[in-house]
Ligand binder design. Sequence first.
Ligand code: GLC
Length: 475
Amino acid sequence: MEIFHISAECYPMAKVGGLADVVGALPKYQNKEGHQVRVIVPCYDTKFYSQNQFECVHTGTVKLGNFKFPFNVLKETTDQLGYELYLIEIKELFDRPNIYGYEDDIERFLSFQIAGLDWISQRNSIPDIINCHDHHTGIIPFMVKYAYKYEKLRSVRTVITIHNGLYQGWFGFDKLHYLPEFDLMHVGFLEWNNSLNSLAVGVKCAHAVTTVSPSYLNEINIFSNGLESLFNSVRYKSKGILNGIDIEVWNPSKDEMINENYDLSTFVTGKQKNKEKLCEQFELDPSKPLFSFIGRLFEEKGGDLLPQAAALALSENFENINILILGSGNTEIESQLIQLRNDYNGNYNVFIGYNEELAHLIYAGSDFILMPSRVEPCGLNQMYALRYGTVPIVRRTGGLQDTVIDFGDNGNGICHDQASVGDICYSINRAVKLYPDKAHFNKIIEKGMETDHSWERVCKEYIEIYNLIIQQNEV
Ligand code: GLC
């Protein structure tokens, strides 16, 4: 089967969050299954771009109303990723250091989608599947079906995978003329609540909708920033597929980013050595349990609860614990977290920013990972943590609920129901009581390390959906 994934992020080319990890791994495993898989992302000015080799395979011009943007399609030639990576180079729009957050994001991602389809439609072979990811690629299923210039692609089946349904890519009808011409009879597919809503368009027009966990599929029917009734109406073509993790990249027995490699039989000493290194780096005490948080500091992830929860947990436990935070995001949360250093020096530290290497060391060297998310479509960190023998403390929501079971129910982690300071501290206190009971604690760790979250298994579920929609003959 010939498959294209099209996305705003793909690790290692461009990463803001978990979307990149998924788009960087799923194609590799689909390729291994014998499919021809290609990934298309915009050509941002990232480190990966500057350090790798590319060849130009296509040149064209995107017309966006009165604007014209020349573009190149660049193929990555080092071929180490396990799939073919193509970058859409539109210098004026993407030759910038950040992935999102510009005033012209609508123009940027519309041009990206149009350039991508222009290229796909002039290739010799027509793909079977285009798998879009999130709202940045949500207009593609519409264009494949209805834009005159993509007539050649009418047989292509499209899937939209929702990693985050809160962001939807809204824009006004004043920008409708940016889209390539289509039969106006179908204009209704573009509208949701009096605006153009990229995610809604994708959900309406794709042949299948997937969410990144089964629980998240249920949740978006109840809350999804105004799209609830739409998600209800497309239940018949929707499926929640729990993400996998790349067990080659995330492998404590081979990971070169950590201090000491270990596996199921050596984790006790292996993790302690990593913990010592980490504690040395952050001036913490390696004899105390270490609770870490890795992620974006936003309300969605419960980031706003962290400063207060950390302070309370540290004072309730008379500083007999360590807390370490790695993340960036909301500047107010960042400064509150920095401030806390003064009060709990020696038991608490924070690294503002993102650092892949440090993240690996934190998974390897921590005892517990905190994930107090309000919304978590899947969450990968708890799966990385489980694989690295770090016990996840999670709020029961979305993918967290699908992967972490409380140790009180013979599970692999610690769970609470509310995204609140009280619930987080309650869980931390349970963890502090559990920690000295090494036999019990190690059993929970073993359970986590044994869990199979590999993509091999998950990627078959995607292929099943592709096969299903290929067999349907409705266009
Ligand atoms: C988004 C979601 C996260 C999910 C990731 C990959 O970042 O917030 O829960 O794991 O996408 O699908």
